[in-house]
Design a protein around this ligand. Structure first.
Ligand SMILES: NC(=O)C1=CN([C@@H]2O[C@H](COP(=O)(O)OP(=O)(O)OC[C@H]3O[C@@H](n4cnc5c(N)ncnc54)[C@H](OP(=O)(O)O)[C@@H]3O)[C@@H](O)[C@H]2O)C=CC1
Ligand SMILES: CC1=C(/C=C/C(C)=C/C=C/C(C)=C/C=O)C(C)(C)CCC1
Length: 335
């Protein structure tokens, strides 16, 4: 009897391992690598947080499609290192020579941008306006997830400050350049976890109580409300703005989650088996930034390159307007 049970357990474990490996190597239903090299030729794309995870994978693909990619990153050394790796990967994949697309690839530029500092956002935008004659796509990608209670340079709760307010100021200061480059696009990276958030206007800085999961979700709900209000304000300008969730992706986002050392290998295995890779997770960002299929589409929410429905709390126009007004005051751009 014990022998039968042992054999059954071994067969189950082996079957499970094979199934996981098959999922990883065969089973991605997400499209990627589709666009023609050259599709983004002549276009300038700004990606925030482009040195890691989804931002890095998005930069790699848009570079391959021929874009001039500006990596807006808070740490120049980390960003230069990522840029160097991306350039090497591109050379290895394309390789100069007849029939290769290496000549059509775009270029990478690193610029410093700390979204936890309004001063840094303003300096970055000033530099952008001085040095860049056009901006075709802005991808608000950078994010911070479930950090301990921290404040930005300007005293905002960190997750709301970086994920929403920093990008709010950035977008507003670059709107003129986006409009003069129209048709142009704004892409906002949110999360399905928006569902667990609420915009509690009485305590946007979480001074009264701090729940790291709730604050992340609130910042991601703010990303969606911001997108919808901005789409309304941009009607008729030929500048579109859409928002997406990437799914659950294996990146550095979980850096603030403490996992005991002994169980970390198990978590790594689970994430390897079940999470998307960064390249898979970046596909909806790339799609919204570059695909002719979404030309003229604005104010919509996407997952896996398809439009998805939003919960009523994410399409509440009065909350979206109020959040916009309060955000203007918080970042100091009230006219
Ligand atoms: N991974 C996932 O499962 C999911 C991710 N998302 C969203 O995807 C986006 C990208 O995250 P992901 O790639 O997973 O995570 P990573 O942690 O790998 O990348 C996040 C990027 O944001 C940057 N960043 C963080 N704080 C700041 C700041 N103050 N100023 C400028 N840049 C900053 C990081 O810079 P640095 O490296 O210097 O820290 C890094 O480049 C986020 O908006 C996240 O909310 C949404 C749903 C699921
Ligand atoms: C990959 C990984 C981790 C998990 C990260 C997670 C769970 C991130 C989830 C992010 C989500 C769901 C964001 C949604 O917006 C650990 C356990 C920290 C350490 C091992 C490697």
């Amino acid at each position: 009897m014990a022998v039968v049970a042992t054999v059954a357990a071994l067969v189950a474990a082996l079957g499970g391992a094979l199934w996981l490996a098959a999922r990883r190597f065969v089973g991605s239903s997400v499209r990627h690598g589709g666009g023609d090299p050259g599709l983004m030729h002549g276009k300038t794309v700004l990606i925030t947080g482009a040195n890691s995870g989804l931002g890095r994978a998005t930069a790699a693909e848009l570079l391959r499609l021929g874009a001039r990619v500006i990596m807006g990153c808070r740490d120049r050394a980390r960003a230069e290192e990522a840029a160097g790796q991306l350039r090497r990967e591109l050379r290895q994949a394309g390789g100069p020579g007849p029939g290769s697309h290496a000549g059509e690839a775009g270029e990478l530029v690193v610029k410093e941008l700390d979204l936890a500092s309004l001063r840094s956002v303003r300096a970055f935008c000033q530099q952008m306006l001085q040095e860049e004659p056009r901006l075709d796509v802005l991808i608000n990608n950078a994010g911070i997830f479930q950090c301990p209670y921290m404040k930005t340079e300007d005293g905002f709760e960190m997750q709301f400050g970086v994920n929403h307010l920093g990008h709010f100021l950035l977008t507003n200061l670059l709107l003129g350049l986006l409009k003069s480059s129209a048709p142009s696009r704004i892409v906002v990276v949110s999360s399905k976890l928006y569902k667990y958030g609420d915009i509690n206007f009485e305590d946007l800085n979480s001074e009264e109580s701090y729940n790291k999961s709730f604050c992340y979700s609130r910042s991601k709900l703010a990303n969606i409300l911001f997108t919808r209000e901005l789409a309304r304000r941009l009607e008729g300008t030929n500048v579109t703005v859409n928002v997406l969730h990437p799914g659950i992706v294996r990146t550095n986002l979980g850096r603030h989650i403490h996992i005991p050392l002994l169980v970390k290998p198990l978590f790594n295995l689970v994430s390897w088996a079940f999470f998307k890779t960064a390249v898979e997770g970046a596909q909806t960002s790339v799609y919204l930034a570059s695909s002719p299929e979404v030309e003229g589409v604005s104010g919509k929410y996407f997952g896996d390159c398809k439009e998805e429905e939003l919960l009523p709390k994410a399409v509440d126009e009065s909350v979206a307007r109020k959040l916009w007004d309060i955000s203007e005051v918080m970042v100091g751009i009230l006219k």
